[in-house]
Design a protein around this ligand. Sequence first.
Ligand code: F6P
Length: 381
Amino acid sequence: MNKRIGILTSGGDCPGLNAIIRAVVKCASLKGWEVYGIPYGTDGFLRLEQKQCSSDDLKLKEHGYDLPGILHGIDILQFLSGSILGSLSKGNPNDKAIAKTIIQGYQDLGLDALISVGGDGSLDIIYDLAQQGKWNIIAIPKTIDNDVPFTDRSIGFDTAVDKVTSALYDLTFTAASHDRTMIVQVMGRNAGHLPLRSGIAGGADIILIPELTPQIDTDLIHNICIHIAKLRCSGRKFALIVIAEGVKNLQGEKEKYIGDYLAEKIDQASHKLCLSDQPEFCDLEKIETRATVLGHIQRSGMPSSYDRLLAATFAKKAIDLIAEAKYDQLVVKQNGDVGSQPLEKVVTHIKQCHQKGFCPNPVNPDGFLVETARSLGIYLG
Ligand code: F6P
């Protein structure tokens, strides 16, 4: 049976969103289905109801958008970062009238199902709306933080790991030229997956993630200084520190620039150590630090082949689920296989974690990656 489906992207963007849109449109078109792209997350339904756009404007073509002739049919969408649909991280539409209009937008578009590509912040919002509006919904996880529960991977994470790893490579040589300690602040909100993986792959000497060092304290700073001094004695005159943005300051509060904060603390503590008669510090005035905030660079760039492949398989699974009329599912990757999990279970878990201020899918402190980092001599606090 012919179907009319919608697709939207919500929450922070990441590489691979366009690859999903492309793959959804391809799989659906081959079945003879129509696909409508909802602009700016659920806000698109509002815009539709407010007549800021028409349903015809939202219809996606086989390549996901109109190809300008000069591209000779090059299927460029899967290589582009961001989302051609636009995305919003606006929070829950608490206003009942707004929620009602959004719900009406789905009905007026005549959708049989909606594919929502989002992270842990937007999954619960869309699920609530879907429940209220009796929408047939399938969710696809995306986020560079990789903190969506019940899936080993979310779209965008792999590319972000590559980005940070490549930044660490670039910083290595300037750090080495000046015998400096480079501190790199990495995104991830309250999760440490991105800093941990990229730190190991990028040759970091110290990795600080919220799961292992929720907050900086004086012992930690002292130990970092000692670790760096020992590296110097062993011939490595510079150091790379990766710090997750979710690590808190000495007062247990979030800092916008936790990397700079740590740099200052290391400067001060190492200067004191240098004035003492610690042999490792005898040739130093202090450990010289520089901090870099990678920021939104981590959310851009051509999606890695892994993310493009993941996008293709997640899109195919979403279309399969719609064909089977198996709704209210989150497409997931678990133990190497693509499958799905009931959204109710996923969202309940996310809500419980958010209420308690926990990350819904943290790094396992006893897991093999942490063990690997320690085995390589990386200091983790
Ligand atoms: O959730 C993805 C993410 O990039 C986090 O890693 C980061 O803390 C946050 O979004 C930044 O959000 P914004 O783009 O709204 O500043």
